[in-house]
Design a protein around this ligand. Structure first.
Ligand code: HEC
Ligand code: HEC
Length: 419
């Protein structure tokens, strides 16, 4: 029989190792994510004890034929709960911090699913498809679509202002706060910009956070996504960014043709070979069948002008005078849905764009060398060839994307939810 002597004094060293072992045992049992999320949120005052056990479900949006790389920040993994919350916020007009009908604005006021998340020429709110903010001020540029943004390789916006390399944290010109979480590297930062910009919601983040905290459904949704029912600006930015990254388009007629499920017409096939040839000369910049996101994401001057007075072209980011008139090459996926075209919306139809490349090029010292026909004003294709090129571009339309219920307004009959 073994006798345990309870009177035996435990040596100090043994006590210390016991405490350490216990600590690691408990630590390894607790969900790591719960710890991280409570540690990371700066204004997390009333974390409920239940949140310590919270669990999220990973959300996968990767597409096999797309590049392996996706720019999801390490501190914001995509989860089903985060995306659900992000979708509500994306469509909720109270994101502006207001409840008066005239002062409601959300991402979806400008980014509409039916236009591949641009605002569209037919938008009753914005004349000629150019968005204006709640102050009536127009946005500096025309719209960009929200599709396949996780695969962007060079920075966001027409000029690439938000990018991974942003070391200057914010911009003096826009009075951006130079501190975390406002790092202006990724989609998360669009939420700050959209809320405060006078040409968008013209609001204050504190007011938005306060308002959302008071709306009964949000604390629960925040708790599910982040383990605590406290609405913080960092969390709401993260949730919206998660949702935006799930807006994946990979099922156009052309995708189905590549997968062997659909045939292309003779005209579409001819348009494809023109696109990929030196004759029409599009593939250098906009990609090709082997680049399924249909853009190279490079910054180019495509010979539209000879005078450059846009303060927000690529020069704004690089400060390099050689970069005047350069913009990020837009994706051609869903291009038929996203009129008006170019950074200033100068072309109303796809045909006008094609006519421009065909006979409207203006050579300047800044036009890109890849605009090979700039010295003779354009590609000079026949009308039939332009028709075929247009037919091919139309095969890049993904109607399953614009009809995907997962991307749509979650509360279309609620007056606070827009479009
Ligand atoms: C008033 C209209 C308006 C509102 C509201 C708005 N946006 Fe935008 N958005 C734009 C315009 C215009 C651009 C192109 C800006 C540029 O590059 O100059 C843009 C660009 C973007 C881009 C960059 C796309 C790319 O390919 O680089 C993202 C991401 C984005 N918006 C997300 C959002 C989110 C998220 C919200 C809501 C928090 C939002 N936007 C609200 C008008 C708007
Ligand atoms: C040297 C690179 C380059 C080449 C070659 C080129 N593009 Fe572009 N394309 C661009 C850039 C850059 C823009 C955006 C310019 C801007 O907004 O100022 C653009 C814009 C467009 C747009 C409007 C996109 C939008 O969302 O507004 C379409 C459509 C387009 N190009 C089609 C074509 C076609 C078709 C060809 C071949 C005939 C072609 N491009 C050749 C660089 C190029």
């Amino acid at each position: 029989m073994v006798r345990i002597n309870f009177n035996l004094p435990i040596k100090r060293i043994e006590l210390v190792s016991l405490v350490i072992i216990l600590f690691f045992l408990i630590y390894s049992c607790i969900d790591r994510k719960a710890i991280l999320s409570t540690e990371k949120s700066p204004t997390n005052s009333n974390t409920s004890t239940a949140s310590k056990l919270f669990n999220t479900t990973p959300y996968h949006f990767e597409i096999e034929k797309f590049p392996d790389y996706t720019n999801v920040p390490v501190d914001n993994p995509t989860t089903v709960e985060g995306v659900t919350l992000g979708r509500y916020l994306f469509y909720d007009g109270r994101l502006s911090g207001n409840t008066d009908t005239a002062q409601l604005m959300s991402c979806s006021s400008c980014h509409l699913q039916k236009h591949s998340f641009e605002c569209g020429l037919d938008n009753p709110r914005f004349k000629d498809g150019h968005p204006i903010g709640l102050t009536g001020k127009p946005t500096p540029h025309s719209m960009m679509p929200l599709i396949n943004l996780a695969w962007n390789t060079s920075g966001y916006m027409w000029n690439g202002m938000l990018n991974d390399l942003n070391m200057n944290l914010g911009s003096v010109r826009y009075n951006m706060p130079a501190k975390e979480p406002y790092n202006f590297k990724n989609i998360e930062s669009f939420v700050w910009m959209a809320i405060v910009a006078p040409h968008e919601m013209n609001g204050r983040v504190e007011r938005t956070v306060e308002l959302l905290q008071k709306i009964p459904m949000y604390p629960t949704l925040f708790a599910k996504a982040f383990g605590s029912d406290t609405v913080t600006f960092e969390r709401l930015s993260k949730a919206i960014a998660q949702f935006v990254r799930t807006l994946v388009s990979a099922n156009s007629k052309f995708d189905q043709y590549q997968d062997g499920k659909k045939q292309l017409t003779a005209a579409e096939l001819n348009g494809l070979s023109l696109f990929n040839s030196e004759k029409a000369d599009c593939f250098h910049c906009h990609g090709m069948p082997a680049i399924p996101v249909w853009t190279t994401d490079r910054f180019m001057n495509n010979a539209m002008d000879t005078v450059f007075n846009d303060p927000f072209d690529r020069r704004y980011v690089t400060k390099d005078p050689q970069d005047c008139g350069k913009y990020r090459v837009p994706t051609l996926r869903n291009i038929a849905l996203t009129a008006p075209y170019m950074h200033d919306g100068r072309f109303k139809t796809l045909r006008e764009v094609l006519e421009f490349y065909n006979s409207g090029l203006k050579q300047s010292p800044y036009s890109d060398p890849l605009m090979k026909y700039a010295n003779r004003g354009g590609t000079h294709l026949s009308n039939k060839e332009l028709d075929d090129l247009e037919a091919f571009l139309n095969t890049l339309t993904d109607s399953s994307f614009i009809n995907n219920p997962a991307f749509s307004n979650p509360r279309p009959r609620d007056r606070f939810f827009i479009n």
